[in-house]
Design a protein around this ligand. Structure first.
Ligand SMILES: O=P(O)(O)OC[C@H]1O[C@H](OP(=O)(O)OP(=O)(O)O)[C@H](O)[C@@H]1O
Ligand code: HPA
Length: 184
């Protein structure tokens, strides 16, 4: 199946049933690893909203949850490039077991910034749970990536929370952009 979003056509890559099955397994793993602990799950908006909702239904340990947003904007001094800030980090994380929930880790830039911010709060532990990981795109080594739904090739994906130009987050399945080979 294919979908058209603005100027690009995407073809189906991961069906929701497959995502759900994998999410159930991630939940089982988390239930074992965090037995007798009370972790804090932190979903990174916007992309993680559907994955976080489905994942939390599979997590049966006592847990807190919250959402944050990493915003990027151009610095006033253009030489400083993109500046990032975190919005909504309002739980005291000192001494807590933190699990960051992402829809996708691509270059790893967002996550390495976020890890620096969260580490300053002195949590007892930090783990990352991401639905998708693009290993060939990673620019940072991130040892905290402990739970991965699917490793995927370096292709742009959309759906199930992920957007293209702000659209497509509400697609039930995940689609990938396949460039037209006749395009130069
Ligand atoms: O590993 P990276 O190359 O940094 O990319 C991953 C980040 O990009 C997306 O967020 P985005 O900033 O597009 O915001 P969104 O979740 O609101 O779409 C995604 O949700 C991750 O947070
Ligand atoms: O492949 C992607 N799709 C949507 N958003 C993203 N953010 C990083 N990589 C992606």
């Amino acid at each position: 199946m294919k979908v058209q979003i603005e100027d690009k056509e995407f073809s189906c890559f991961l069906e929701y049933e497959k995502i759900k099955k994998r999410t159930r397994l991630l939940g089982i793993q988390l239930n074992v690893d965090y037995e007798n602990r009370v972790p804090v799950f932190i979903g990174v908006l916007n992309g993680s909203f559907l994955f976080m909702a489905d994942l939390m239904k599979e997590v049966h340990v006592t847990a807190e949850m919250s959402f944050i947003k990493v915003s990027s904007y151009m610095g006033q001094d253009t030489s400083s490039g993109v500046v990032k800030s975190v919005i909504g980090l309002d739980i005291d994380l000192k001494g807590r077991d933190v699990i960051i929930v992402e829809d996708i880790v691509d270059t790893g830039i967002t996550l390495s910034f976020l890890l620096d911010v969260i580490k300053k709060h002195e949590p007892a532990s930090i783990a990352i749970c991401t639905l998708l990981l693009k290993p060939q795109s990673l620019q940072h080594e991130i040892e905290e990536i402990a739970y991965v739904g699917f490793e995927i090739p370096n292709e742009f994906v959309v759906g199930y929370g992920l957007d293209y130009k702000g659209l497509g987050r509400n697609l039930r399945d995940i689609y990938r952009f396949v460039p037209d080979p006749t395009d130069t």
